[in-house]
Ligand binder design. Structure first.
Ligand SMILES: [Zn+2]
Length: 750
């Protein structure tokens, strides 16, 4: 039993460099301390596009690169991307000249932070710091690379990948690039995960990645398959979609609650995580600065996963069905032998399904309803829009403990079934799962490997009455090493609504451990102990459930002034109002009326409460009609929108009139976007330098156009016309929604 626990512990521990194991520092001279000084310098202030610190951060990065003797240029331009988020972007671009003629390697990350409160230490200060320190360490070796190494630190990634769009589509160096390494973050800790970005198969990229030999690779083809099915949005996606340039993303995703908040700070970034990002960059930089980057495209896909000792195990997709058929054949042969030898009995085999199905049902239901139950008990959790609470890891542990307790109790009740008969049900179920996976999610087909170990266990159990427990433990290791990471992976990656994957993976992994655990005589006692552990863990989670200075509650407040009706409102996105917000809203707040123009936010959040607010004399934007003509059956309208105060963002909605063409300050919105518009929102302009907006539209002749304009400034808390009390220390501005803003609404019909 202690050995089993040790194996589980090791399967997590081996994912990341530990503080004492810093090979990347010794081998490559990459200093985590130096990287941290960059993160600290970058994350002093929020530095989103248009914010004062944005320029300071850019100047810092340029100075660092110039100090290394590199010639830096700034690429400046405006783009609107795939989602009509118009913004200025200023990319930082430099190059280390290679000696050869081959394709170039691109190192990529972004320097803008998310508006409005994020300090951007992890996202993506960590990426910039990894590249700056990696390049310093590399140049220190005085090596001349064979390939050019291009470094691009993009801008406006958080708004709509605008900087990547600008570079990939308008910079002359794009056509030289053969491979991209992109560094990102979506939390403030955990291992860096490698995600390949490909238009075809992964074979050659994977083989080169393995050849580069990073010490702590964390990656698997299940994540690759899922990633390929989802609409992606990293800077690298733009290079792949627009220019067919492929590459690797390295992103850490744990402690998701810090993402895009003021707590994405230097102090909260995990040191090991930053070392881990460096432990990818250094060997890959060394390898890919010499490798032939012109021949990395391939049509074949490979299954792969990381595992202690072997690092990466991989084999072709072509093996998926032969391996499954082989497993099925072994299973059938074992059944025949087992029945012939009188060791398997039909009745007992069927009885063996009962505890398995019962535990799957109970644990499945528990996991499925866990998140709704938790948000009912603790409504404040809904205000963490990331869906991962500060005590999220405790809930994952609680789910593991309760699932195991239920498994042990159920199998205790069916202890009369002999081990060989008990093992038939899990083998059958796992073969079924592997069939489904091969059919629908082939990247997860490495799930078959522990099934082979289970089949060997069945064979041993048929031939031996008292098999060697160490042999059984050894055969349980593949299940532990391969499945343990998945027990926590989905809630960490996708939020606690995925706790059902934790309870089910725990149950299914337990079933694979039955050759060993089924023989354990004190199942009932152990089950009870684990249940006590579950109660204790839930108690701990309860004590961690409140919001404190350390674990601050997201809060939101905006002032919305309708300049047409001269009515003003306070509005919030909070589900559980904080005292601060409710003091400002007063006692007379109501649910807002639903409207088609929901101000854009990542999770389509809508205002939860609104209340009447005092009318302030703030001047709205001046809107002018510059042009109104008819051409070839289309009405061409040019509308100018001029801010009369310091603003950060402009969002424009239209009525149902179809928009055939639209351009903002001369940049056309993509036709695909206009045709397939999901909401009334036409575009968002993230404003730098108080720019005005010139909107040119083409609509059917004779049609009437209605534009609803929201103009926002993020200065509510410092605005001289308001006296808003300081936000208490146990609150942070809610991320992903427009916050601390003065919003002016204006409607024009023409
Ligand atoms: Zn980012």
């Amino acid at each position: 039993m202690p050995l089993l626990i040790l194996a589980i512990f090791w399967s997590f521990r081996s994912l990341m460099p530990t503080n004492g194991n810093t090979t990347v520092e010794e081998e490559y001279g990459f200093s985590t301390d130096m990287a941290f000084t960059h993160v600290e310098a970058i994350s002093k202030q929020p530095h989103a596009v248009g914010f004062p610190a944005h320029e300071t951060v850019r100047a810092y990065i340029v100075a660092q690169l110039e100090d290394m003797g590199l010639e830096v240029t700034l690429q400046e331009g405006y783009t609107a991307g795939d989602w009509a988020n118009y913004s200025k972007a200023v990319n930082i671009v430099t190059k280390i000249q290679g000696s050869g003629e081959g394709k170039a390697l691109l190192l990529l990350s972004h320097y803008d932070s998310s508006p409005h409160s994020s300090l951007g230490a992890s996202d993506a200060g960590s990426g910039v710091a990894t590249i700056l320190e990696g390049i310093r360490a590399y140049l220190e070796t005085k090596a001349t690379p064979k390939n050019d190494i291009i470094i691009v630190i993009t801008d406006a990634e958080e708004l709509g990948l605008n900087g990547a769009d600008l570079f990939a589509n308008r910079h002359a160096w794009t056509k030289e690039i053969g491979l991209v390494l992109n560094f990102e973050a979506r939390g403030s800790g955990g291992p860096g995960n490698m995600f390949m970005e490909t238009n075809r198969g992964n074979e050659k990229l994977l083989k080169e990645f393995v050849a580069a030999n990073p010490h702590f690779p964390v990656t698997n083809s299940l994540a690759y398959s899922i990633y390929k099915m989802l609409p992606n949005d990293t800077d690298l996606t733009v290079f792949r979609e627009d220019q067919d340039i492929e590459g690797f993303n390295f992103a850490f995703i744990d402690d998701h609650f810090d993402y895009h908040t003021v707590r994405d700070s230097y102090t909260r970034l995990d040191r090991k995580t930053l070392t881990h990002q460096g432990s990818y960059l250094m060997p890959l930089l060394t390898h890919f600065s010499e490798a032939d980057l012109g021949s990395l495209k391939s049509l074949n896909d490979y299954i792969y996963f990381n595992i202690p000792v072997f690092k990466i195990v991989s084999y072709p997709f072509d093996w998926i069905w032969p391996m499954w058929l082989l497993a099925l054949s072994i299973f059938v042969v074992l059944l025949i032998v087992g029945f012939k030898k009188g060791i398997l009995h039909i009745k007992e085999v069927f009885l063996g399904f009962v505890p398995m199905l019962i535990t799957l049902l109970i644990n499945g239901v528990l996991g499925y309803f866990a998140w709704s139950l938790l948000t009912t008990l603790y409504p404040g959790y809904k205000d963490i829009l990331q869906g991962f609470t500060y005590n999220g890891h405790t809930y994952i542990l609680a789910c593991v403990l309760v699932s195991l307790a239920i498994c042990l109790q159920a199998y205790h009740r069916f202890k009369k079934i002999s081990i060989p008969n008990l093992l038939v049900a899990p083998a059958f179920l796992w073969l079924l799962i592997c069939w489904a996976v091969a059919q629908y999610l082939p990247g997860a087909s490495f799930f078959i490997l522990p099934v082979f170990a289970l089949l060997v266990c069945i064979a041993i159990s048929i031939y031996q009455k008292e098999p060697d427990p160490f042999l059984l433990l050894f055969l349980t290791l593949p299940a532990i090493f391969i499945y343990s990471p998945f027990i926590a992976m989905f809630p960490i990656a996708l939020g606690l609504k995925m706790l059902v994957t934790t309870t089910l993976f725990t149950t299914l992994t337990f079933c694979l451990g039955l050759p060993l655990l089924g023989r354990y005589p004190k199942k009932k006692l152990l089950g009870s102990l684990l249940f006590l552990g579950f109660i204790g863990t839930m108690a701990v989670a309860h004590f961690q459930s409140g919001f404190t200075e350390e674990n601050a509650k997201p809060s939101s407040l905006v002032y919305v002034l309708d300049t047409d009706t001269k009515k003003a409102q306070w509005a919030t996105y909070e589900h559980q109002l904080s005292d601060w917000t409710s003091t400002i809203l007063g006692s007379e707040y109501t649910m807002p009326e639903t409207s088609s123009s929901t101000i854009y936010s990542k999770y389509n959040s809508r205002f939860t409460q609104v209340a009447a607010a005092p009318l302030k004399d703030i001047t709205g934007p001046v809107v002018t009609i510059e042009k109104d003509t008819t051409l070839n059956g289309n009405r061409i309208l040019e509308v100018g929108i001029f801010p009369q105060r310091s603003v950060n963002r402009l969002e424009v909605f239209t009525n149902a009139t179809p928009i055939k063409k639209a351009s903002i300050n001369g940049i056309e919105l993509s036709e695909f976007y206009l045709k397939d518009r999901k909401s009334a929102r036409l575009f968002t302009h993230y404003i730098s330098d108080n720019d005005s907006t010139m909107l040119e539209l083409s609509i059917p002749a004779g049609a009437e156009l209605e534009l609803t304009i929201y103009e926002a400034s993020n200065d509510l808390l410092e605005h001289p016309m308001f006296t808003i009390p300081q936000r208490p220390k146990d609150l942070i501005p809610m991320p992903f929604v427009l916050n601390d803003a003065v919003i002016l609404k204006k409607t024009i019909r023409h």
